[in-house]
Design a protein around this ligand. Structure first.
Ligand SMILES: O=C(O)c1cc(=O)[nH]c(=O)n1[C@@H]1O[C@H](COP(=O)(O)O)[C@@H](O)[C@H]1O
Length: 281
């Protein structure tokens, strides 16, 4: 079954388009988890337990796992999330020359250590051949960065090309052409709602991964209105969900007894975001 069909089923099953970002910043983990074998995994497991009923997808960002213990934590996290029936988007923003990018694409293959992610984020800057091994994986999703949510997203992506279109518009058009297996989506941030609307008009059939609501202050209504293609797409929040407990009281000093409190705050934040986004679906 193709990734976007699995995602559509999951969206239906939980009536949610929320992607929960699993970005376990070591400096913000609850103190009582720090002496665990794999604190990031211990944290993620509790977050997944608390949020999965509201999660259309989980999106671990590879930046938070790129060390030996981190990769183990990531493997455990992916297996656990998938065990709960939730698709996993590995936010890796990969791509490179041919032989190198083939190695990167192996990230999407199940191996003896466990199942792989269902989808990945990739960077189009190096062109089609740098993405081909990902695009060839017909049952995996490939989210191509188009218009990113960060303040510097305009530095390059908004440049006007000789033909008059902008770089991010050209990326959207190219991605549409690369979508031979119906496995391509775009990353378009919620912090630039006008661009979000424009890209949606340009490529009506591509599902979007829309980051930037929550901590980055993006436009949740625009994220839903323009992010979904035929009802499929996800709106991601990471820190706004997984560190929601910090809103209650600013502290890292926790004990076992606080598990319910920090995980419960995440579950509540995911539920609130689901309800908010559903108002616009
Ligand atoms: O590819 C992404 O997911 C991504 C693209 C983008 O334009 N902006 C963006 O914030 N992201 C990711 O989405 C997550 C946003 O996290 P929060 O700001 O904590 O919700 C991080 O993992 C970012 O790397």
């Amino acid at each position: 079954m193709r990734f976007f069909d699995r995602l559509a089923d999951r969206i239906d099953a939980v009536d949610s388009v929320v992607s929960v970002g699993l970005d376990p910043d070591p400096d913000r983990l609850p103190e009582h988890l720090l002496d665990r074998d794999l604190p990031r995994w211990a944290f993620n497991r509790r977050i997944i337990d608390a949020t999965h009923e509201h999660a259309a997808a989980y999106k671990p960002n590879a930046a938070f796992y790129e060390d030996p213990d981190g990769w183990r934590a990531l493997e455990e996290t992916i297996a656990y999330a998938k065990g709960k029936g939730v698709p996993v988007i590995l936010d890796a923003k990969r791509a490179d020359i041919g032989n190198t990018t083939r190695q990167y694409a192996n990230l999407l293959d199940d191996d003896a250590e466990g199942p792989a992610a269902d989808a990945i984020t990739v960077n189009p800057y190096m062109g089609r051949d740098s993405l081909q091994p990902f695009l060839d994986k017909e049952d995996k999703g490939v989210f191509i960065l188009c218009r990113t949510s960060n303040p510097g997203g305009s530095d390059i992506q908004d440049l006007e090309l000789a033909e008059g279109d902008l770089v991010y518009e050209r990326v959207a058009a190219l991605a549409d052409g690369w979508n031979r297996h119906d496995n391509v989506g775009l990353v378009v941030g919620a912090t630039t709602p006008d661009e979000l609307e424009e890209v949606r008009e340009q490529v009506p059939d591509l599902p979007f991964l829309v980051p930037g609501v929550g901590s980055q202050g993006g436009d949740a209504e625009a994220a839903v209105e323009h992010g979904l293609a035929d009802g499929v797409g996800v709106v991601n929040s990471s820190r706004g969900i997984i560190f929601a407990w910090e809103d209650d009281q600013s502290r890292r000093r926790t004990t076992e007894g606080d598990d319910g409190q920090f995980a419960g705050a995440s579950g509540e934040a995911a539920r609130r975001l689901k309800r908010r986004l559903n108002q616009y679906r």
